[in-house]
Design a protein around this ligand. Structure first.
Ligand code: CO8
Length: 264
């Protein structure tokens, strides 16, 4: 994997876990055009890990921010007039993360604001260290979270919470964000790395095709009609029944051992 100008890219072929580190710590990892393009390029690099693999190689992607203070403090103020343009394909990094077949986990230690929170909301899981703070300060700049922040938070926590965040512009604690269902877990700062490793390693050990199907099914549950989602679930269920992973899972259960899934 090659590091990019503003994103460090790592891939562990033993575990199938990829890591993208947003690397503008002096600007609290604020999203400028380069960083947005590099997140897309980093995901595309990690996707190539699958190309040479027999089965599914990439099992999970961790997205984190460099430095001590922030996951991401939002769009780069002064440079976000081009925010809606997207990458060369016209798709934004938010689209890429949301549509990426493998789960993406936002590892949040510090500020997670504005477009940074929207980036985290595009991920499948949000895991935060205590002391992290969340908010939509856009209203202070006379704008709104334009990448779906109000939509996502309304779906996760209801309109009252979404409006409070985006109209008042104040920050909330990781504990409150978890209570509201905006993030999945808050961990002690002392054990944060280990706790996230445990979460991600467990996820990466699950049957990859089934995990990918759950990601798509959950997306459909939120964004399409119930009948369409139910049709997808029953169709992909029938397909998964024919996979080697299903045979392996059933055999492991019968033999009282851990399953070893290969994404086939
Ligand atoms: N953009 C650019 N630079 C930033 C940003 C930012 N969002 N946030 C922090 N920085 C820079 C600061 O300018 C500072 O740089 P320097 O050292 O050169 O002066 C450095 O990072 C450190 O920041 P502070 O000194 O301010 O650190 P503090 O600990 O005092 O404060 C805060 C941290 C509270 C996070 C503060 O920096 C802050 O309020 N930042 C702005 C947060 C914000 O308003 N974010 C929302 C931006 S708008 C947005 O995200 C819109 C998304 C819309 C998407 C639309 C798609 C279609």
């Amino acid at each position: 994997m090659d590091d990019l100008d503003t994103v460090l890219v790592e891939y562990d072929s033993e575990t199938g876990i990829g890591t993208l580190t947003m690397n503008r710590p002096d600007a609290l990892n604020a999203l400028n055009g380069q960083l947005r393009d590099d997140i897309i390029a980093g995901l595309q690099q990690l996707e190539t890990a699958n190309e040479d693999a027999d089965g599914v190689a990439l099992r999970a992607v961790v997205l984190e921010g460099a430095g001590e203070k922030a996951f991401c403090a939002g769009a780069d103020i002064g440079g976000f007039s081009d925010e809606s343009a997207g990458g060369s394909s016209g798709r934004t990094h938010y689209d890429f993360i949301r549509d990426f077949p493998t789960p993406v986990i936002a590892k949040i230690d510090g500020y997670c604001l504005g477009g940074g929170l929207e980036t985290a909301l595009a991920c499948d899981f949000r895991l935060a260290a205590e002391g992290s703070t969340f908010g939509f300060p856009e209203v202070d700049l006379g704008i709104i979270p334009g990448a779906g922040g109000v939509q996502y938070v309304t779906k996760l926590a209801g309109p009252a919470v979404a409006k409070e965040l985006a109209m008042r512009g104040n920050h909330i604690s990781a504990e409150r964000a978890a209570d509201e269902g905006i993030i999945n877990h808050v961990y002690d700062a002392d054990s944060f790395d280990e706790d996230v490793d445990e979460f991600v390693t467990e996820l990466a050990g699950q049957a990859p095709l089934a995990v990918q199907a759950v990601k798509k099914s959950a997306h459909m549950a939120v964004h399409s009609g119930l009948n369409e989602g139910l049709r997808y679930d029953s169709q992909v269920f029938a397909e998964l029944l024919t996979t080697e992973d299903h045979a392996e899972g059933a055999a492991a259960f019968a033999e009282k051992r851990d399953a070893e899934f290969e994404g086939k």
